[in-house]
Design a protein around this ligand. Structure first.
Ligand SMILES: *Cc1c(COP(=O)(O)O)cnc(C)c1O
Length: 460
């Protein structure tokens, strides 16, 4: 399997190169040259465990990794999860709640980042060389990335967070990881400052190459790929339970990485009748699917911070398919978007952008009310991200196709929102254990040169 760029100006590369490259050199995102069609294997796949299924799916894409090695990578990646099924579904009211928070940081990003960390280390072992990951986080992604690569001999990770502006719990999830290859940097500035430092550092190509800098951002193909697995797994479990021939998924969306994985699963032949895209007040994507226009707006902070985005980094992959896999056309659209901050696609005869997608938004009041409702009626506590997805899903129920709502984080991670909604906190032993944990973190000035100097001094 070869990988191409959505913008078409890159020679096709293999899976390992696609994983190490991240972003394509022409500014586009990587996609497989051709999506495998798996419709005739679904019956057989429905019998598999999560890990066996992951192996079947990923091996179609990772053709340059020997099968025995891939199987081991997958087993190791999901051994850190605290549920035998990895991603179990629970029936709550009219919905199947797909719990994606059984990994080490209690958020769905672990599903991809536990795998990506092992994959990076494997490729480095094969090829020789080191990788120094630099990232900026406002909370969630940083901790999942740190837990994905902690203790790996050929990888160092440097994660910047805005000093004093990350929730104390999220900060502890990062700074309590004491492995020698993990460096937490508290930057005297905002999240935007951290991101600017990162962009400037990566923009210095000489520095980046000399120090083997890399990132783990959500455009990495291996992350999307690892996420397709739970769409298949959950659809099989739900169809078994309900006897239906198709399902719909509701996905709380930020950077469009998670829902993109569902879209690809559908294109590969999984019977998904609808993808329900749910956003909070930062609704660039729900506006797009309802109007055809994708236009930037300012970010507002909400109770679901991992969905507070302005531009969805994985959206370009969807657009590529939307324009009929025409890289020239897509490149022109993206150039236009970068100039004008907006792009449009025509609506179809049903007045929709895409008949597979429906979209809606849930604001702060809806988030709190939904958490309270599911707690009061069913004794189940949704985290604020999941609550947005459930709220929007309520507007799109179907008789023929049961709805699976992706639960992207454990509620114990969002103490204040949960207290505001139901009057009491929810606990999780992993988080409770952090209270007295030892931590390590270095303070650093809001300055690119200071960060570069730190990197050079600490790269081993
Ligand atoms: C990252 C994240 C999301 C959004 O996922 P995308 O792939 O960015 O759309 C939703 N919920 C939680 C808890 C997250 O951490």
């Amino acid at each position: 399997m070869k990988y191409i760029s959505t913008r078409g100006r890159m020679e096709p590369v293999g899976f390992q190169d696609a994983v190490m490259t991240g972003l394509a050199p022409d500014g586009g995102l990587l996609l497989p040259e051709k999506l495998p069609q798996v419709g005739d294997r679904l019956e057989e796949w429905a019998q598999l465990s999560y890990q066996e299924l992951a192996f079947e799916i990923i091996s179609l894409f990772a053709t340059d990794i020997p099968p025995a090695d891939l199987a081991e990578l997958i087993t190791d990646s999901y051994a850190t999860f605290d549920h035998a099924e990895v991603a179990p579904s629970v029936e709550v009211g009219d919905f199947q709640i797909l719990e994606l928070f059984h990994g080490p940081t209690l958020a769905f990003k672990d599903v991809a980042l536990q795998f990506l960390g092992n994959l990076f280390e494997y490729i480095l072992e094969q090829r020789g060389g080191k990788l120094n990951i630099l990232g900026a986080t406002s909370g969630d992604t940083g901790s999942a990335a740190i837990h994905g690569v902690r203790g790996k001999p050929n990888i160092n990770i440097f994660i910047m967070h805005p000093a004093g502006r990350t929730s104390p719990l999220q900060e502890k999830q990062m700074t309590s990881v004491l492995d020698d290859n993990v460096f937490n940097l508290a930057v005297d500035g905002t999240f935007d400052d951290c991101q600017n430092i990162m962009k400037t550092t990566f923009g210095d190509v000489g520095f980046k190459t000399a120090h083997s800098l890399g990132s783990v951002n959500s455009v990495n193909w291996a992350r999307v790929l690892a996420q397709t697995v739970y769409y298949f797994y959950a659809a099989f479990r739900t169809m078994e339970k309900t006897g239906t021939k198709s399902v719909q998924f509701s996905v709380p969306t930020g950077n469009f990485g998670d829902i993109l994985a569902g879209y690809l699963a559908q294109r590969m032949g999984l019977p998904i009748s609808k993808l329900i895209l749910a956003t909070n007040e930062n609704d660039i994507l729900s506006r797009f699917f309802n109007s055809g226009t994708y236009g930037m707006a300012d970010v507002v902070p909400t109770l679901s911070p991992s969905m507070d985005i302005q531009v969805a980094s994985n959206f370009e992959r969807y657009l590529y398919y939307k324009v009929g896999e025409d890289a020239e056309k897509l490149a022109a659209m993206m150039d236009n978007f970068n100039e004008n901050g907006s792009l449009s696609v025509p609506l179809n005869e049903n007045g929709a952008v895409d008949d597979l997608f429906v979209a809606g938004r849930g604001d702060t009041a809806a988030t709190l009310a939904t958490i309270k409702k599911y707690h009061d009626q069913y004794g189940y506590v949704l985290d604020p991200h999941t609550a947005v997805g459930v709220y929007v899903a309520e507007q799109f129920k179907s008789e023929e196709a049961p709805t699976i709502c992706l639960a992207t984080a454990h509620p114990a991670k969002f103490t204040q929102a949960i207290i505001d909604a139901i009057g009491e906190a929810v606990h999780h032993p992993t988080l409770d254990a952090l209270a007295n944990a030892e931590t390590r973190c270095d303070s650093i000035a809001n300055d690119v040169d200071a960060v570069k100097e730190y990197l050079v001094g600490h790269i081993m």
